[in-house]
Write a protein that binds this ligand. Sequence first.
Ligand SMILES: *[C@@H]1O[C@H](CO)[C@@H](O)[C@H](O)[C@H]1NC(C)=O
Ligand SMILES: *[C@@H]1O[C@H](CO)[C@@H](O)[C@H](O)[C@H]1NC(C)=O
Ligand SMILES: *[C@@H]1O[C@H](CO)[C@@H](O)[C@H](O)[C@H]1NC(C)=O
Length: 213
Amino acid sequence: MKISTTSSVLALAAASTGSAQTTTYTNQSAPFTLQIANSANASLNGLYLFSCHAGAAIEGICVGGSTPISGASSTFYYNTTDTDVSGSDDGQGLLVWNLPVSGLPGTDHVSQSAALQPYRPGTNVVVPLFGFDAGTPVHFDDDKLTIKDYYNDANYVAGQFPDSTPAETVYNNWYSCWTGVGGGYTYEALSWVTAGVPHNPTCEKIDVIRTFL
Ligand SMILES: *[C@@H]1O[C@H](CO)[C@@H](O)[C@H](O)[C@H]1NC(C)=O
Ligand SMILES: *[C@@H]1O[C@H](CO)[C@@H](O)[C@H](O)[C@H]1NC(C)=O
Ligand SMILES: *[C@@H]1O[C@H](CO)[C@@H](O)[C@H](O)[C@H]1NC(C)=O
């Protein structure tokens, strides 16, 4: 009885988000570092990104120095799916890091994926946060971090339905911004501008490049 109640709740939850299937991302890449490149502000180029505390078991991705911090905080992974729901590799995966933990049996870390959040009415700047929410799928164009999506309203016409098979757009909206990260922290952090010009005047356009260790 308990089990069937739980599964109907899960079925309802799946129906309400419009996705009956969940993708799992368990094919993990080799470890890599992430560095800033191609910024108009040359002093940002080459700086390493690292996971920075932003709440209980929540981390943002902060702008660090010209050498990587040793250990977990400058080490990232790309988890792709090996059981893709559509049956083909869609070229997306999750940006992952290993949160070091102690006291858990049989492991010294918890794998966390980055999700872009939060929605705030006062800005178009969001940040990747490592935590326990479902991650935001990302893409590596060669070694450059991007995000692919099919939704692009830039050319919509009033009264007309958009193309039912829209072209895929590869977005590269990464910035370095002094911004709110997680629960009440403000850092110089990797940020994503959802569209247009950053609302936050401290944001500087950057590319994010991975280098396998
Ligand atoms: C990433 O893949 C590894 C290896 O399969 C797995 O242990 C880990 O849980 C995955 N992480 C996420 C966030 O899915
Ligand atoms: C360039 O970036 C550095 C590092 O964040 C910052 O201290 C400096 O103010 C920036 N310079 C300009 C002109 O924005
Ligand atoms: C896992 O990812 C690697 C690249 O990181 C790829 O070569 C391999 O084919 C993938 N395995 C599966 C089962 O998809």
